[in-house]
Design a protein around this ligand. Structure first.
Ligand code: PLP
Length: 381
């Protein structure tokens, strides 16, 4: 019989979730609105310090609505970090606009401010209309928001901050998701907290969030019959799902602490491995950054590691029924985006070549780590 699976990042429920869900059943609020939706939005506002939040069916829906509210359409350009999950970029195409991808910087692995500036200068000189910039906080590590916000302001372009992986992370004490005109959160199954599926759009512009709620509920005008002057979407979060979210918010800080502790264990382990003559590099946490360490990510350059590659490690873990995963494949290298402009060098490409995410769930046990380190000990002898 094979050993039980150790997942990359699996859901971790607290104690209150079922009580809140039961409450939704008891009061028959089984609908895409209700008191838990309002309560969850309040929780998110309090936690992030952003004054308005709309709970939605997915993080992807939040990005899509942000682009709609910024009036992104055919002929427009939207700048997006290349090193990310495809959901950051897909909504640009839903709107018929052109994505422009930007390389990562080595410090944070996120959007490189230099290439961002180069892209904006060049697109401006060509008279192109750039409607938004989408930086991402990969694996919970904050992007260089002070530089990115300054550049965005200089060019008068709105920032849609993809904080889907970074709830609980901070940049110079400001919560991730609170920097941009819009912030985006995700509560998908493997994120730091989960509602099974879901997302949220954050903004200090209350009117915009009102509009987001309107568009997310099929854009029904105020009339007794069904009347529409806009195209609508079915993007709202259900009251049952929001009930799970309310319970999860109560344990969010514990989940961040547990993930950071996981990171600490890996860090100590690879310090020891590197003392044996290897050079495994863990994702750095530059000055001012406080990562929720959603996933512990590292790079293994085979040339500096006696021929051991991230695939050596991944396959060894897999043979023991332990899940690990290469870093996101950059969007400018994806077949579906092969025509999109790209500004950058090979930082993101190299991260993809050598990068690996290790099991990072907040529910990993000491025995799980014993198994993981036993496999790694056989690789890094
Ligand atoms: C998960 C994720 C999303 C999308 O969120 P969903 O809730 O799955 O739609 C967007 N961007 C990044 C970087 C993500 O990791």
């Amino acid at each position: 019989m094979s050993k039980p699976k150790i997942w990359l990042s699996s859901p971790h429920m607290g104690e209150a979730e079922q009580t809140y869900v039961q409450e939704a059943f008891d009061t028959n609020w089984i609908a895409p609105l209700g008191p838990h939706v309002n309560g969850f939005e309040d929780d998110l506002q309090k936690y992030t310090g952003v004054s308005h939040a709309a709970a939605l069916s997915a993080g992807t829906a939040a990005i899509h609505l942000a682009l709609i509210l910024l009036d992104v359409g055919p002929g427009d350009f939207v700048i997006c970090q290349s090193m990310t999950f495809s959901a950051s970029a897909n909504p640009i195409v839903y709107q018929g606009a052109t994505p422009v991808f930007i390389d990562s910087e080595p410090d944070t692995w996120n959007m490189c401010p230099e290439y961002l500036e180069k892209a904006l200068a060049e697109l401006a000189s060509q008279g192109k209309s750039v409607k938004a910039i989408i930086p991402v906080h990969l694996y919970g590590m904050p992007a260089n928001m002070s530089r990115i916000m300054a550049i965005a302001e200089h060019y008068g372009v709105a920032v849609v901050e993809d904080a889907a992986e970074a709830l609980g992370s901070r940049y110079y004490h400001m919560p991730c998701g609170a920097f941009g005109k819009f912030g985006v959160l995700s509560f998908n199954g493997n994120k730091i907290i989960t509602t099974s599926g879901g997302g949220a759009l954050l903004s200090n512009d209350g009117e915009m969030i009102q509009k987001a709620r309107f568009l997310a509920t099929q854009a029904r005008d105020n009339a007794p019959h069904y009347q529409h002057t806009h195209i609508g979407y079915n993007y709202r979060m259900s009251n049952v799902v929001a009930a799970i979210g309310r319970g999860q918010m109560e344990v969010l800080d514990d989940r961040v602490a547990a993930r950071r502790e996981n990171f600490g264990r890996y860090k100590d382990y690879f310090d020891m491995v590197n003392d044996r003559g290897y050079r495994v590099t863990i994702q750095p946490e530059p000055r001012g950054c406080y990562s929720n360490r959603w996933l512990t990510a590292l790079t293994i350059d085979p040339k500096a590691n006696k021929g051991i590659s991230r695939e050596t490690v991944r396959l060894a873990l897999e043979a023991d029924n332990i899940e690990s995963r290469p870093l996101w494949k950059p969007m400018h290298m994806q077949p579906v985006f092969s025509d999109a402009p790209y500004y950058g060098d090979s930082v993101a490409a190299n991260l993809f070549k050598d990068g690996l995410c290790l099991p990072s769930g907040s529910n990993l046990t000491g025995e799980d780590f014993d198994r993981i380190f036993k496999v790694l000990d056989r690789v890094f002898i």
